[in-house]
Design a protein around this ligand. Structure first.
Ligand SMILES: [Zn+2]
Length: 191
């Protein structure tokens, strides 16, 4: 489903049976960037949806992961196998993916993360610049990122669920790190 030129929804909310988080493709001109991928079982549906949009799943070069919850990152290993892509995530999220264990949600298939991020980086893919924002507060273990791009003068922010800050559980106190999301006049946020 086309969101705007160059950005497509290819998974989530039951879209073609994909049941995990919302999954987006950014067409960077010559290569495709995925934002999140859902559970392991969602990856095949994501692949089908990319094909249905007349794009080639083999053009996916990189999977950008917003945080380590399994409905966003659980399919990371399967995505690498399916798309032959690199993984990019916050270094804390990368630790969970490489160990195959999410602190609150348990085990999943591990995978190597090639791009370990901390926020503040700018990643270049084809003709797209992706700004990496450190936005802690959603995942108890830390490692929440938002990804920002500018298309036709519009700021597009891929948030995962970072705008939803969990309340303290078992003494855990959420750190609200959304200061980086201010001053985005004319922006759209995409959860
Ligand atoms: Zn989450």
């Amino acid at each position: 489903m086309r969101i705007i030129d160059g950005i497509y929804l290819v998974g989530g909310a039951g879209y073609n049976l994909s049941g995990g988080c919302n999954v987006y493709v950014i067409d960077a001109g010559g290569e495709l960037i995925l934002v999140d991928v859902g559970h392991e079982g969602d990856v095949e549906y994501v692949k089908e949806n990319i094909t249905d949009e007349d794009m080639n799943p083999r053009d996916v070069s990189t999977l950008l992961i917003t945080h380590s919850h399994l409905d966003h990152a659980g399919g990371a290993a399967k995505a690498k196998e399916t798309f032959n892509c690199r993984l990019a995530a916050h270094e804390l999220t990368a630790k969970a993916i490489e160990e195959g264990f999410q602190g609150s949600q348990g085990p999943f298939t591990p995978a190597e993360v090639e791009l370990k991020l901390r926020g503040g980086e700018t990643l270049i893919f084809g003709d797209i610049e992706v700004e990496v924002l450190d936005t802690p507060g959603h995942t108890r273990e830390g490692g929440d990122l938002c990804y920002k791009i500018v298309v036709d003068g519009k700021v597009i922010l891929f948030t995962g669920y970072s705008l939803q800050v969990l309340e303290g559980v078992d003494g855990w106190t959420p750190r609200v790190g959304l200061a980086g999301l201010r001053n985005l006049g004319g922006s759209r946020t995409i959860p």
